[in-house]
Design a protein. Sequence first.
Length: 223
Amino acid sequence: MKDNSAQKIVEKIIQVARLDNASVLEIGCGDGRITSLLVGKSKELVAIDPDKNRIDSAKKMISGADFQVGTGENLLFPDECFDLVVFTLSLHHQDSRKSLREATRVLKKNGLVLVIEPLTEGEVERVFSVVHNEDQAKLDAKRAITESGLSLDASEAFLAHWVFDDKDELINHLFDHYDVAFSSALAQQICGALGGKAQDRPLRLADHMIIYTLSKQTQSEVT
């Protein structure tokens, strides 16, 4: 399996935010696949994830970033200490309202919060949801953004692609990724979600994502 989602996400981050001389916090870094592409592009790069095993793995594989175990809901950093806070496909995996409040707290006055989220209409998202449906969590995260008190400066949808040798590789990847025991009935549902692409070799799926650019509201905007 190959995918270029990490590369596309970093390209969008670079497009919308200035990283030179910036202190950056990545929330939900996982094993650091996106973090690794951000290394060297900013003055400071801190990456957190609640999964200690993933953080330990990232520390061994990637240098140039400060990896820490932590959650977006309870950031162990002082007020107004980061120029840029980035949620990399992670906001819907946590209490999104609480995490955005925390992100606002640690954000400097002229800083930005970037939220990258998957869109439910994407091919990847539709197929993956057969095994693990996150549609409601994604909707909750979107609602939290609009109710966060942050100013929505911009939003832009973009595409990445996942390529599998065939449907069997995709099915095995899904069961492994979500740590679910193989089920022939579930495998048939995955094939049904693929529709006419089920027989494609290679099997190429579009990954639909959106990036939100948020900033603290000025006093005039609040009043």
